[in-house]
Design a protein around this ligand. Sequence first.
Ligand code: GZL
Length: 337
Amino acid sequence: MIARRDLFRTSAGVLAAGALVPALDACSKSSPKASSPGSSGSGGGKAIKLGFSQVGSESGWRTANTTSVKDAAAKAGITLNFSDAQQKQENQIAAIRNFIAQKVDVISFSPVVTSGWDAVLNEAKSAKIPVILTDRQVDGDPSLYVCLVGSDFEAEGERAAHLMEKVLTGMTGPINMAQLEGTSGSAPATQRAAGFKKVMAASDPSWKIVISQDGNFTRDGGKQVMAAFLQSHPEINALFAHNDDMAIGAIQSIVAAGKKPGTDIKIVSIDGVHDGFVAMSQGQINAIAECNPLLGPQLMDTVKAVLAGQTVEKWIKTKESDFTADQAAAALPQRQY
Ligand code: GZL
């Protein structure tokens, strides 16, 4: 096993150079060589200590993601020090500092927003503790973390726009669309909006987003903001929500306004959580671009590979699909979250 200082330098060296050495996909089928089956993967039999800072518990997606991380850590024999930041960056920074003080072997976190991390990540680097991002990307110096295990949010935005094209087919008259954005400054919100806009720009110019606002990825946020949208823009006939929870909250306001969600106002969202599929099976959401929260197993594979001194891809992407309302009922029994 490479000593931690060499491991970090090796990883940082490789990453700083930006050259991806023949990447060993940490998610490959074969378990990392350095860890014999059943061991904790640290080589010496001592359980790996992983400090994990989670965004919060704002949505069904987040709940499923937390469950996946905790279950996968237990299954991998990895000791997990888990912290819930309640969607506050200062809580995540404090948690990472705690993990450093506790001398964990590796740190992982899902950054609530993309900026403001270099200082604390430099502290982890000075402590020779590798950092693995899950779910969301950060701005700043990429050599300060080993890799990201997570989805391509811009692609999700593009997929959602193509789903919206499908859903709007046959609708006559102008399309007045509202957009419920995720947490302002977060990677999913910024990148999903960008992907959606890119496809819209190349598509039917009659589309226009008449109003767009942050609903913070929560049901209550979606409900409150959609109620305000309907007040100021009663002409809205389409909604793009950055996640199912905000769409489900918006549905409550649409019904309260005497309109039929999925009919009077076409709805496309992202995630694919259970309640999103239920709403889709009831015709209240017309289509969903899936964002897979079950990152736990990939994360634990990556933790073991990194600590065993192996190189991993800079971005280990998750696989995900798209669903329209007609597929929802049949898909529901197989959904894992
Ligand atoms: C996406 C994740 C987002 C989900 C939301 O990977 O960061 O945060 O789409 C969650 O449901 O709150």
